[in-house]
Write a protein that binds this ligand. Structure first.
Ligand SMILES: Cc1cc2nc3c(=O)[nH]c(=O)nc-3n(C[C@H](O)[C@H](O)[C@H](O)COP(=O)(O)OP(=O)(O)OC[C@H]3O[C@@H](n4cnc5c(N)ncnc54)[C@H](O)[C@@H]3O)c2cc1C
Ligand code: SF4
Length: 336
């Protein structure tokens, strides 16, 4: 493990000033870089594996970013709110059940007690080559190649991939937040920014090392969710190799309203199949104005996977994701 300096910030301003001194988004050997330490459940693992090699780690536990509050009919979630607290918060359980379900489907109770909202947004891929420094990986070491394309790719992406990287974003929370059209709020010494979640996550293209639009040293302060649509129903469905403590092979977050027997508002996001939490505008267009029935759900599933580009071992995900979407829509429209 690389030697690093551990600092503890008392407030946001101090954290930003500390970060400004040493900033780099990636890990070029020999270059100074900073990481914020939230729950540590991703960062510390990756540091032990030498995948993350920050020279400065800023502990942000003491920052006052741990509240869930109502705002303009919606909700604001501090970056340090723990996944367990968020999942069980009455506001979230009542008005955003899809988010509560997604969080509770992730990791284990112990991990959810540590993991934070900001850290979950920025968790890294579980591609085995990314975590193994002895193998080429463009995301970890730009320009070194992608071991997964010709290698083990069963759990990797089929939507949004490039010839440089096919890794999935592994988060469940991010999928629900994408369907809920969350906004990520950040702060740096230069500016405060509000970034729509779909623009927060980037496609890999030729630069898979750059996963989000966050700049080096920029701190996530909170996430906001818009007011829920009156009468909306929402569901998160996760399909995986075992029933708990496992990442998604395919998942679907569905938020919709039905009026006079027709779907008049719908948002669908997919997990486990995309290089980023995958909003499916195609599936939404296929559903809008239709009765909530099996043929409409099938049409949505077909539309969502039309651009899928499977690899040698993950062709099964195309059908799995289609079934996941149809079942999630069935559950959402059955919910009272
Ligand atoms: C065994 C295991 C199983 C798991 N299973 C699942 C699963 O099924 N589903 C799932 O969704 N997740 C799963 N996870 C991932 C888990 O949800 C994440 O590790 C966790 O959410 C990360 O949050 P953290 O606060 O611990 O982040 P940290 O490890 O502290 O940080 C992660 C990254 O975010 C950065 N960061 C943190 N907070 C901020 C901030 N406010 N501003 C800017 N940067 C910040 C850190 O610098 C670091 O780069 C699993 C993890 C493990 C270890
Ligand atoms: S899929 Fe991405 S993360 Fe995995 S080896 Fe290829 S470049 Fe690395």
């Amino acid at each position: 493990m690389e030697h690093f300096q551990l600092k503890r910030a008392a407030d946001v301003e101090q954290a930003l000033n500390m970060a400004m001194a040493q900033t780099s988004a990636v890990n070029p050997p020999g270059m100074p870089s900073t990481r914020f330490l939230a729950g540590g459940t991703t960062l510390l693992d990756l540091m032990k594996l030498d995948v993350e090699r920050p020279t400065q780690v800023i502990d942000i536990h003491r920052l006052p970013l741990d509240k869930v509050e109502t705002l303009d009919g919606g909700v604001t979630i501090g970056a340090m709110v723990r996944n367990a607290d968020l999942a069980n918060h009455p506001l979230i359980k009542t008005h955003y059940p899809v988010l509560s379900q997604a969080l509770l489907s992730g990791a284990s109770a112990q991990l959810r007690n540590m993991a934070t909202t900001g850290g979950n947004l920025l968790q890294r891929t579980r591609c085995i080559y990314f975590r193994d420094t002895k193998t080429p990986c463009n995301k970890r070491e730009p320009g070194s190649g992608c071991s997964a394309i010709e290698g083990f790719n069963r759990n990797l992406a089929i939507l949004g991939t490039s010839d440089h990287c096919i890794a999935t974003n592994p988060s469940d929370m991010n999928v629900a937040m994408t369907a809920l059209e969350a906004t990520v709020h950040t702060e740096s010494p230069e500016a405060r920014r509000s970034i729509a979640i779909d623009e927060f996550f980037l496609l890999p293209g030729t630069t898979p090392e750059r996963e989000t639009s966050l700049n080096a040293g920029e701190l996530i302060t909170h996430v906001t969710l818009p007011a829920p649509m009156p009468g909306s129903r929402s569901v998160y469905l996760k399909l995986r190799d075992r029933a708990s403590y496992e990442f998604a092979l395919a998942s679907a977050a569905v938020v919709l309203t039905v009026s006079s027997g027709r779907i008049d508002h719908v948002r669908i996001a997919l997990g486990g199949v995309g290089v980023k939490p995958w909003r499916s505008h195609e599936a939404e267009a296929a559903l809008l104005g239709r009765a909530p029935d099996a043929p409409a759900f099938r049409a949505a599933a077909e539309a969502a996977l039309q651009s899928a580009r499977p690899q040698s071992q993950n062709g099964f995900k195309v059908e799995l994701a289609k079934r996941c979407i149809q079942h999630a829509l069935t559950l959402a429209t059955q919910t009272a």
